[in-house]
Design a protein around this ligand. Structure first.
Ligand code: NDP
Length: 489
């Protein structure tokens, strides 16, 4: 049976102003499983107006201590609802239940972490050359935040924006992806249960990019936070800049896992598998390039291929499944197109390279490509699918040059037993996250984001809240004397 969900605007559950809806497809079954509202520009206006009203209302007067309490309440609500939220994400995106349950369970820790920051947003007392002034700063919420989120890990990537924004005292309008909107709509209920005033968090859904575009460029918005494709992010930043708003952008990647000849190859193979086949490679931080020392190329590729060919594809709700389908039709088409192009450009398939014939639908076999020419498209373009592109290097400089040889700079890893080399190479990579002898770990306390075309700004960590704060400098005249009106200072 198709489930129906509504938007959240000003504390009220609402359909679209014109009553239209769109369908959500379960990528595993291929069937419609939910109907959600297809927002009009009037709905986006209403959500921004509600967010502004909430900011001007009692929420704007809350202390950091009040907000910390509400964020902790929210964390407690999430902990009670992990199963349901995880199931919604699996239905919408085909990601594994065991992965989404892990993400939902971890979600609460983000709200707890930023609750710990909400009551510590201190200004400064600043000396000036004129002793007749006491000057201090206040940290103020930036205002109404637009949070535009993608279909892979919808609630986790939303939380990276929402937790610091709420800690800062902002109000938020969320626009989830048309391909996975349901968990975000269901999440809306938890704000009410946690005690957040109406309008602090609003959610609009739309069937095309037009809804996100209307929100990103809305004159009532003060700050835009976005995760998604680099090209879309460019448009979002442009729309935000039109209103002279800042944007935080978490975009694509083409991250390299560098494996030296002294590495523990079993551990490295396991890390390579985690980096590219977990979540079917549909993560911004996917380790989609393997850079391996020529001496251990064959040995490592054999290990990776052996494990990749035994990856169990199937029903994402089944706890024994290791890889689900590609999340939606357009993404399946994109992955297949890039695969075909790689073959045209001379790539050798070490394994996979095709859809899974038995399962059909959007399933693509875990793929390892070798024998690539240096300028192969697959070494440059983000696939966002289970496709590993393998290249070799001869020495450290060569490895670093190749790793840094794309316009992206989101993540990377170094696999070696040499502690000196590990830190030396980590320090030379232009990447926002570098793992040494590991891959694909994140935490609320650790900054995440990218260099170059991978984005602007960092999410997570204590500094993340700064993106949602303005600074007001307050000057207090101490002498009580009348000042010369024509002199500055
Ligand atoms: P998009 O970047 O198009 O989607 C991300 C979000 O932006 C969605 O909510 C989307 O809404 C919204 N959006 C779309 N167009 C606009 C616009 N003009 N202005 C404002 N918001 C907009 O990604 P896709 O879903 O199309 O995926 C395409 C590719 O993006 C993937 O193949 C992958 O390479 C990359 N990607 C990267 C992610 C990351 O984590 N960095 C996450 C997801 C995708 P709607 O869905 O309604 O179009």
């Amino acid at each position: 049976m198709t489930e129906r969900f509504e938007m959240l605007i000003g504390g009220a559950r609402r359909g679209a102003a014109n009553g239209t809806t769109f369908s959500c497809e379960n990528p595993y079954t291929g069937r419609t499983w939910a109907e959600v509202p297809d927002a009009t520009p009037a709905d986006v206006d209403a959500a921004v107006t509600a967010a502004r009203a909430a900011l001007d209302g009692p929420w704007g007067q809350t202390t950091g201590f009040d907000r910390a309490r509400l964020l902790r309440n929210l964390a407690a609500q999430i902990a009670r609802d992990t199963q349901r939220l995880a199931a919604f994400e699996v239905n919408d995106s085909g990601k594994l239940h065991r992965e989404m349950l892990g993400q939902m369970t971890g979600l609460a820790s983000w709200y707890d972490y930023f609750a710990g920051i909400a009551d510590k947003l201190e200004g400064r007392q600043i000396p000036t050359p004129n002793p007749n002034f006491l000057v201090y700063t206040r940290r103020m919420p930036v205002g109404v935040v637009a949070a535009i989120t993608p279909w892979n890990s919808p609630l986790l990537l939303l939380t990276w924006k929402l937790a610091p924004a709420l800690a800062a005292g902002c109000t938020v309008v969320i626009k989830p992806s048309e391909h996975a909107p349901v968990s975000t709509l269901a999440f809306g209920k938890l704000f009410e249960d946690a005690g957040f005033p109406p309008g602090v968090v609003n959610i609009v859904t739309g069937s095309t990019g037009a809804t996100g575009a209307a929100l990103a460029g809305h004159p009532g918005v003060d700050k835009v936070a976005f995760t998604g494709a680099t090209e879309t992010g460019r448009g979002v930043a442009r729309a935000a800049a039109e209103n002279l708003n800042a944007s935080t952008l978490e975009l694509g990647g083409k991250s390299a896992q560098i494996v030296f000849d002294d590495a523990d190859l079993d551990a490295a193979a396991n890390g390579v598998i985690a980096g590219i086949f977990a979540a079917a490679g549909q993560t911004c931080m996917a380790g989609s390039r393997l850079l391996v020392h020529t001496k251990v190329h064959d040995q490592l590729v054999d290990l990776v291929v052996k494990r990749a060919t035994t990856i169990r594809l199937g029903d994402p709700h089944d706890p024994t499944t290791e890889m689900g389908p590609i999340a939606n039709g357009p993404q399946f088409t994109k992955v297949m197109k890039l695969l075909d192009q790689a073959l045209t450009e001379g790539a050798t398939i070490a394994c996979g390279g095709r859809p899974d014939e038995e399962l059909g639908g959007y399933f693509i076999r875990p793929t390892v490509l070798t024998g690539l020419v240096p300028d192969a498209t697959i070494l440059r373009d983000e696939v966002f699918g289970p496709v590993l592109a393998v290249s070799t290097f001869t020495d450290e400089d060569d490895a670093v040059t190749q790793a840094n040889g794309t316009p992206y700079g989101l993540a990377g890893s170094v696999w070696t037993r040499d502690v000196h080399r590990a830190h030396r190479v980590a320090g030379r990579l232009r990447a926002g996250s570098v793992w040494i002898n590991a891959y694909r770990a994140v935490a609320p306390s650790v900054p995440f984001g990218g260099y170059g075309l991978s984005g602007i700004g960092r999410e997570n960590g204590v500094e993340a809240v700064d993106a949602y704060l303005e600074t007001t400098s307050v000057w207090v005249e101490l002498s009580g004397a009348t000042r010369d009106p024509f002199v500055l200072g």
